[in-house]
Design a binder for this molecule. Sequence first.
Ligand code: MG
Length: 420
Amino acid sequence: MTSTTPNHPDQRLWAVLLAAGSGSRLAPSLTAAHGPGARKQYIEFDGAPLFWRSARTLACVQPVQGLVFVFPPADCERMAAQVAELDAAEPLGLPWLVCAGGARRQDSVRLGLAALPTSGQDACTAVLVHDSARPFATAALVRRVAQALAQGELAAIPGLAVTDTIKTVGPDEIVVGTPERAGLRAVQTPQGFRLAPLLAAHQRAQAEAWEVTDDAALMERAGHPVRIVPGEEANVKITTPADLDLLSSPMNGTKSPRTGWGYDVHRTLPSGEDHPQARPFILGGVVIPGGPRVLAHSDGDVLLHALTDALLGIACTGDIGQLFPDTDQTFANMPSAVFVTEALRLVRAAGYRPVHADLTVIAQVPKLGPHKTRMAAQIAQLLELPGDCVNVKATTEEGLGFTGEKRGLKAVAVVTALPD
Ligand code: MG
């Protein structure tokens, strides 16, 4: 890639997405988790089968004009229906086809290439071949490969310098050589090719019984130059059961950790006065002796109300007033633990689990120091968290404002949650 002027500005680029593998190294653990016949390309990821992530990445790159999905022959009909369903919900915005793969990867590619449109206006002139087991390839990488083709390369593949020293071994596991590391690259997909030479290379491979593990190897054997473009560290191939953990890592999905924040205030009753909604002073489910009585529809636990709102913040389900309106008699004098438990259920239903909570009570009286540990323990139990993941603080406002004047108290809560 020496020039920045496209030599093939009019190239019509399609992508072949391979989802036909049997994933033999993963099969036992997939069968255990998902039943017989489970395939890694169908593992649920971000609410869709794994291959859909790659389809969306490929489709959002401007030069890509169409997609061919290659599935195991037995699954083709079912998967075509599923792709249609996914495309209706999240349109790819380009034409796509489904075809049946073959026994080996190279057979699946050959069959995928045969499905490409080769005549008329849409005739394809260049192709990207991508493994659906590499769901983390980015649009930037796809663009880089496409650009190399547009600039005249016959074959362009992503590669990374090798950091491990590589040995070649004999059948008895005895090392027979150590290739110079500087000259090695670990290559990935998507691999990009001008269509005509790739088709010819596949035909030769058929005729001459070549066995390869990627398409670039066919081009090499056919004598074509293959250009390396920078690959991506994160573009790993899901191969072993340990790789499956990558899919559940919070940073790899579109789901980020969430922080929920809650705030609540209640009036306290001046001593000597009475009121039908006067409740004992209760914080975090702990009744605290010596405190003023609190005015509330529920049990008036300002700390658990702030906590409930923080949880609802994580679940993105509004606030405590919406869920448990104080006009509803069902909630009269209700223990606030019920609100926390329901909010926690909503957090889990949204696919999150709380990992930490930090809460502060702001009140002039009574002295809360001696009760903080019990409050934290109570809240940890409600959230089903270890005791050292919940912190309760107490402060006054130095005699200022309504808390300082002992007319009320307030609480704030911050909860951190990770995608489940
Ligand atoms: Mg409240």
